[in-house]
Write a protein that binds this ligand. Structure first.
Ligand code: KG4
Ligand code: ZN
Length: 378
């Protein structure tokens, strides 16, 4: 079954064609990063206007890469929400028009469900060369850490499209914290990759930043205190070294910070975020284990799952716990391509496939999808 995925929930215009939920025939992503770098973050109206301009060329490129026409498709999967409403509308309208014109089944997909299914995708090209796609090896129940700019959850996935939220952020999502701290440090947008790069030359123990674990047993997250702690350290440095500087002008203060200070702060901040994400995920695993639920796979999903230090720390801790006999044989998985971590339409097409396969009669052609900003969309 060949499904066209369309994703326009934030600042990526993406169309993809995925076969049987995992074979990525094409995944075209037009990122608006350069546009939003000027403002240091996404301006919703600007993003929506750019989606209008790019959605048709991106669709054409996707069909041409897959060597298919709209008539060859079996269905269209579209991000219904959550996301920026003006951006979502462009995708849902595009999908609805194709559904009417070409008599194609329309499948609404939750954006976060899409991120989860990024782990099921298999690329068909590697380093510019064609490769054999691998069918996903799925062993439910799966524990998923979703870490992106807008969302941060620990999910228990018991079957396709069956989720239980075990923990979520009470304020900023991990990616949002990366973006805000990068902005305060004057590193640019999006913050995740910039912090990660700066951290390579930094000392992760240079600053003693707080780790917020909340109440005993809670699997929720909170990153706003960490962001404030970074700001406090920066202001202290400026106060000591540039006593006449205006402390509320972030652009001015970041320009006064030495490169080594920025790298050390980036490394210390990244370590604090990764520490909390790792601890909470393993705490969720151990809590489930003690109540008789044996998790076979830990999945990392969303933009922050591209973070090398996060992957490394989780894998290392799992290995240590395995050796000590505290945890069973559990596999750590993350998307097979960095392009599947951040927003992309292939993950939406994959989620659409599995959602559809669970109940094919629930979906029709000639239907409209109303986008929504709400997390509880279905
Ligand atoms: O999943 P995504 O593309 O969009 C949302 O659904 O929000 O995630 C974007 C987020 C941004 O906050 C970005 O800074 C973060 O993912 N990100 C990273 C890395 N690459 C992207 N964070 C940490 N390390 C990275 N390498
Ligand atoms: Zn996303």
């Amino acid at each position: 079954m060949k499904i066209l995925g369309i994703e326009t929930s934030c600042d990526e215009t993406s169309c993809a064609i995925v076969e049987d939920g995992y074979r990525v025939l094409a995944n075209v992503i037009y990122s608006q990063i350069d546009l939003h770098a000027k403002t240091g973050g996404v301006v919703p109206e600007v993003a929506a206007r750019e989606h209008v301009l790019k959605v048709t060329p991106v669709l054409d490129e996707c069909l041409s890469k897959a060597n298919l026409t709209l008539d060859d498709l079996d269905a269209i999967a579209i991000t219904k929400g959550p996301g920026l409403i003006s951006s979502l509308i462009i995708g849902t309208e595009t999908a609805s028009v194709i559904s009417y014109l070409k008599n194609k089944i329309l499948i609404p997909v939750h954006h976060v469900t899409g991120h989860v299914y990024a782990n099921f995708l298999s690329p068909m090209m590697k380093d510019g060369k064609p490769v054999e796609a691998e069918e996903p090896n799925i062993e439910f129940p799966i524990l998923v850490l979703t870490v992106s700019g807008g969302h941060n959850e620990i999910l228990l996935m018991t079957d396709h499209n069956e989720f239980q939220i075990l923990g979520e952020t009470r304020d900023d999502a991990a990616g949002e914290a990366f973006d805000k701290v990068a902005r305060i440090l004057g590193l640019g947008y999006p913050g995740g990759p910039k912090i990660s790069k700066a951290a390579e030359n930094g000392n992760k123990n240079a600053f003693d930043l707080p780790r917020s674990f909340l109440e005993t047993g809670s699997l929720d997250f909170s990153f706003s205190g960490l962001k404030t702690a970074v700001l406090t350290e920066i202001k202290e440095y400026i106060r000591e070294n540039f006593p006449d500087e205006e402390l509320n002008n972030y652009e001015a203060i970041s320009s006064k910070l030495p490169e080594q200070f920025k790298s050390d702060m980036a490394a210390s901040f990244q370590e604090a975020v990764v520490d909390v994400l790792t601890e909470k995920l393993l705490q969720a695993y151990l809590t489930l284990k003690s109540s008789g639920t044996n998790i076979k796979q830990l999945h990392l999903a969303g933009g922050v799952s591209a973070n090398t230090r996060l992957r490394e720390m989780i894998s290392q801790k799992v290995e240590t716990l395995k050796k000590s006999g505290e945890i069973n044989d559990v596999e750590v998985c993350y998307p097979k391509s960095l392009a599947f971590c951040t927003d992309n339409a292939a993950m939406i097409a994959s989620a659409g496939y599995y959602v559809y396969m669970k109940n094919p009669k629930a979906f029709k052609a000639h239907s409209n999808i109303t986008p929504t900003t709400s997390f509880d969309i279905f």
